[in-house]
Design a binder for this molecule. Structure first.
Ligand code: DON
Length: 564
C-alpha cells in the first residue's frame, strides 16, 4: 500500500519526543460533538450518556446524519473516519469509500463520439458506487466501540421511524436536485411528498430506511450486503440502468489506511490518506509555504502565495492520485522536502504562474455544499474526524424500491475521460480512471492537528474546495484561534484548473482584488458561500474544550458537556 516518507516521519518522531517529555496532561473530562445537524449531535451525546466512547458516538452520529441530512451522506454512500486514541498514540483512517461495481468499464460514461454523458455520470443508479458506509459503521462498532451496534443505531432508527422536521438546508439542496428526483416518483414521494419541496417543519418519515437500519442492527454486515436488503438493492438499481450484482455487495471490504502525518510549525497533522487526495495535498501545501512567514504578510501576499501552493498541489492531485490499491502513488516524492523546494523555486511573489505553464489540462467549477463532516471527542481525549458523502445533493436521486437507501453518485469522482472535468471541475488522468472494484479519488479531508498545548478536530464538505478549506482552518488554528474562528473564516480557493482564485463575497476589498489581478491572477468572487465546517478543540493548557459549527448553515449542532 502507500509508503511514508522518512523526512516527515522524523519530524513526527521529534514531536512525539516533545510530547512525552512534557508533564502528563489530564484527559479533557468533557465530551464534544459538532455536526451538521443538531439531531445528529444529540444522537452522539445520547451515546456518550449511555457510556459509549468516541468511536461508538461516531457510529451513532453517522447513522443519524444518514437519516436527518439525506442530501449529504447516508447508508447508500461512503466516507472516511479518521480515528485517534491518545492512550497509545494510535491513529487510523477507516476507509468506507464506495467502489466501482465489477461490471464498470473505463468508458462507461462515454457516448459513441467519446464525449462524457454527464447525465449518466451523476443521475440514477449507473452513477452509484457500491456503498461503504454501513460496512464502516459495523467495522467501527466491532473494532473500536464498546456498545452493541443495535444500541448505536437506535437513535437513527427512531429518527427514521418517527421522522424529523425539514429545515432550510434540506429545502435548499433539494431545490438543486428535485427535477432529477421527480424522474423516479417513488423516490420523490419519500423526500418530496406530493411532488413538492416540503414546507419548513414538515415531518419526513422513512419507515423503509428504518427497516434497513434494523436489518443492519440485527445482522451486522450481512443485514445490508447479503440477503433480502441486498437483493432489493440490486434489483432496484438494475431496473433503472444500474450494473450492480449481489457479488459486488457481498465483496465490499472496509480498509484501514495508514494516515498521512506531517508537521508544520511545531504542530502535528494527522489527516486523510488515499483514496482521499486531501492529506497529501495539504501536506504538500504546508511543505511549500513553511519557510515563509505568513503572519508577516499582507492579505494579498498571503492569498497569492497560498494560491500558488494550492495550484501546484491540485496539479499533482490530477496527475498522480487515485485508489492506492490500484495505482502506485509517489507519496515519498510528493511529500519530500526536496520536491517541495523544487516546486517552491517556481513560485514568484511578484507574479502568478499560469496553470498552463505547469504541465496537464483545463476546465469549470460549480458551487455546492452537501456531503457532511462531524468532529467529536470523548472524555478520554479519543478523537473522531469524519467526512461522509453521497456526492451531489441527494446523491443519484434514486432509492431502490423497498430499501429506503438513497444511492450515491460517487462514480463521478472518477475521471470519466482523461482531462475532462467532473462536477467539481476536477480533472484526472490514468491514476483515477474507472476500473472494477476501484475506489474513486476523493477530496474529503477529515483532519486532526495537535501540539503539546492544543488539539483540533476539523473538516468540511465542499467538493474540490474541501482541501483548501481544511488548510485555511488548520492555519487559523495554528495561529492560535478557536473553532468559532476556523469555521467562520472567509474562504478562498485555487485548484490549478480552472486557473483562477475564487473568493467568498466580502473577503477581499476591490483594491486587494486589483492587486491580485496585477500579479496575473484571474479572480472570481462567488455569489454563494461554500463549506460547512465542524470543529472541536481541546486546549490542554487552559483546560478549555470548545465546539463550533459553521455559521453558513443554521442547522448545525455543536455542544460540549461534562463526561459521565
Ligand atoms: O469525495 C469527494 O471528494 C466528493 N464526493 C465530495 C462531495 C462534496 O463534498 C459535495 N459537497 N459540496
Amino acid at each position: 500500500m502507500i509508503r511514508f516518507p522518512s523526512a516527515p516521519g522524523a519530524r513526527v518522531l521529534a514531536f512525539l519526543v516533545l510530547l512525552v517529555s512534557l508533564p502528563a496532561l489530564a484527559a479533557p473530562g468533557r465530551v464534544a460533538v459538532s455536526s451538521a445537524h443538531e439531531l445528529a449531535t444529540a444522537a452522539g451525546l445520547e451515546i456518550f450518556e449511555q457510556g459509549g466512547n468516541a468511536f461508538d458516538a461516531a457510529v451513532a452520529v453517522s447513522a443519524a446524519l444518514a437519516v436527518v441530512e439525506p442530501a449529504s451522506s447516508g447508508i447508500g454512500g461512503g466516507g472516511f473516519w479518521l480515528l485517534h486514541r491518545p492512550e497509545d498514540d494510535f491513529s487510523t483512517m477507516v476507509d468506507g469509500r464506495e467502489t466501482a461495481p465489477a461490471a464498470a468499464t473505463r468508458d462507461m460514461y462515454l457516448d459513441d463520439d467519446g464525449e462524457v454523458v454527464r447525465d449518466l455520470a451523476i443521475n440514477g443508479p449507473l452513477a452509484a458506487g457500491i456503498p461503504g458506509a454501513p460496512a464502516a459503521w459495523v467495522h467501527l462498532a466491532d473494532r473500536y466501540g464498546t456498545l452493541p451496534l443495535a444500541q448505536l443505531l437506535g437513535p437513527a432508527i427512531r429518527l427514521a421511524e418517527e421522522g424529523f422536521p425539514v429545515d432550510s438546508k434540506y429545502q435548499t439542496l433539494l431545490n438543486f436536485r428535485a427535477h432529477i428526483m421527480l424522474r423516479w416518483p417513488d423516490t420523490a414521494e419519500i423526500f418530496m411528498p406530493g411532488g413538492d419541496i416540503p414546507e419548513l417543519g414538515a415531518i419526513i418519515r422513512q419507515p423503509e430506511l428504518a427497516n434497513t437500519l434494523r436489518a443492519l442492527a440485527e445482522q451486522g454486515f450481512d443485514g445490508f450486503y447479503r440477503g433480502p436488503v441486498a437483493e432489493k438493492l440490486v434489483a432496484g438499481a438494475n431496473a433503472e440502468g444500474g450494473i450492480w450484482s449481489l457479488d459486488d455487495l457481498a465483496a465490499y471490504e472496509v480498509v484501514e489506511r495508514e494516515v498521512i502525518r506531517t508537521s508544520y510549525r511545531g504542530h502535528e497533522l494527522i489527516t486523510a490518506s488515499p483514496p482521499s487526495s486531501g492529506g497529501i495535498a495539504i501536506a504538500q501545501i504546508l511543505n511549500l509555504v513553511e519557510p515563509y512567514d505568513l503572519a508577516a504578510m499582507s492579505r494579498v501576499e498571503r492569498v497569492h502565495l497560498l494560491s500558488e501552493a494550492m495550484r501546484r498541489a491540485y496539479r499533482d492531485r490530477a496527475l498522480y492520485l487515485g485508489d492506492p490499491d490500484f495505482v502506485e502513488i509517489p507519496t515519498d516524492m510528493l511529500l519530500s522536502p526536496h520536491y517541495a523546494a523544487g516546486l517552491r523555486a517556481g513560485i514568484r511573489m511578484d507574479r502568478a504562474t499560469p496553470s498552463a505553464a505547469l504541465a496537464a489540462d483545463p476546465s469549470l467549477l460549480p458551487e455546492s455544499d452537501n456531503t457532511t463532516h462531524f468532529s467529536l471527542m470523548d472524555g478520554d481525549g479519543n478523537l473522531v474526524s469524519a467526512t461522509l458523502t453521497i456526492n451531489l445533493p441527494y446523491g443519484a436521486a434514486y432509492v431502490p424500491p423497498g430499501t429506503g437507501v438513497l444511492l450515491n453518485n460517487e462514480m463521478d469522482d472518477f475521471s470519466a475521460a482523461p482531462g475532462v472535468p467532473n462536477e467539481y471541475g476536477l480533472i484526472g488522468f490514468e491514476a483515477n480512471a474507472i476500473e472494477p472494484g476501484k475506489r474513486m479519488l476523493s477530496s474529503m479531508t477529515p483532519t486532526i492537528v495537535q501540539s503539546p498545548e492544543r488539539v483540533a478536530v476539523l473538516g468540511t464538505p465542499g467538493g474540490a474546495r474541501i482541501i483548501t478549506m481544511v488548510l485555511l482552518g488548520v492555519l487559523d488554528f495554528i495561529d492560535g484561534n478557536d473553532p468559532a474562528s476556523w469555521v467562520s473564516l472567509p474562504r478562498f480557493h485555487h485548484q490549478y484548473q480552472p486557473d483562477e482564485i475564487s473568493l467568498e463575497r466580502g473577503f477581499l476589498t476591490e483594491e486587494e482584488i486589483a492587486e491580485l489581478e496585477a500579479l496575473g491572477h484571474e479572480v472570481t468572487v462567488r455569489a454563494r458561500t461554500w463549506g460547512n465546517m465542524h470543529g472541536v478543540m481541546w486546549d490542554r493548557v487552559n483546560d478549555r474544550v470548545e465546539a463550533a459549527h459553521d455559521p453558513r448553515w443554521d442547522s448545525g449542532g455543536a455542544e460540549v458537556r461534562d463526561s459521565r
